[in-house]
Design a protein around this ligand. Sequence first.
Ligand code: BJW
Ligand code: ZN
Length: 246
Amino acid sequence: MIMQDELSIKQATNIIKQSKYLIAMTGAGISRESNVPTFRGADGLWKQYDAMQLATPDAFRANPQLVWEWYSWRQDLILKCSPNPAHETLVKWEQKGYLKSIITQNVDGLHRRAGSHSLHEVHGNLWTLKCTSCDYHDQLDAPAVGVPICPSCSNHLRPDVVWFGENLNQEIMLNVYSELDKADVCMVIGTSALVQPAASFPLLVREQGGLIIEVNIEETPLTPLATVHLRGKAGEILPLLDKLIA
Ligand code: BJW
Ligand code: ZN
């Protein structure tokens, strides 16, 4: 590790130790080392698949079979993945009281599988289904087969995730804004910080005088605004911080 990195790691360790209300915001990058593909970047899902044909309400209306095929494939893939040391470190920090909550854009459910409790899934969850017409919801524990049908009204069920052009769940957002309001440090881990409104969450913490620690293998639009930017893999950096905090 080069000197600059050592300094940043030390600085981040001190910020975490001195924090009064530390929260984490995570994106697809935290699950990369669990072998879950990210969306953007060279081997991201959007290189291979068209977001507008798969992750919008119009796309689902036009071709529910195609959209479900893609989601079933991802469910199958994620079922074979396990949480990695980055997810596990956040669990440990919650148990020790350092970390107050996680705001995740991920729909893979790996934070919960790792054992995190105070969790806000702002883009929904791949394992929950909701009806396109009535209030029916259901939980899956295996990949969906075909296009699931609502037992209550016979319309199509869809994954309970947030697609482009859709608003985020109001109740979840109220809880998220309450967490952001209380936070004095926001660790932003593995997100390209390109998708709104999530990309602005850390900025709200900063606007009220809070600090941002970014963990990412690349620079993002958030990097210049971060107090500390730790460049590297989340699954290596978080356990290292944990060792230094102890
Ligand atoms: C590592 C690593 C390692 C890798 N360690 N790091 C024009 C038309 C319509 C809408 C818009 C528009 N212009 C703007 C909008 C708004 C839109 C938006 O922001 N678009 C931008 C892309 C331009 N937002 C929305 O539509 C949102 N809703 C909304 O705004 O409602 C109001 C509204 C209504 C009507 C019209 C307009 C607005 C909803 C956004 C929903 C996003 N949904 C998805 C899919 C979820 C379901 C599913 O998974 O199938 O959410 S898209 C996808 O992006 C997914 C993610 O949660 C989200 C963010 O991605 P994330 O997590 O940042 O991943 P990546 O891949 O981008 O980045 C990974 C990062 O990890 C990289 O930086 C790597 O370097 C790093 N990394 N390995 C550490 N080992
Ligand atoms: Zn229904």
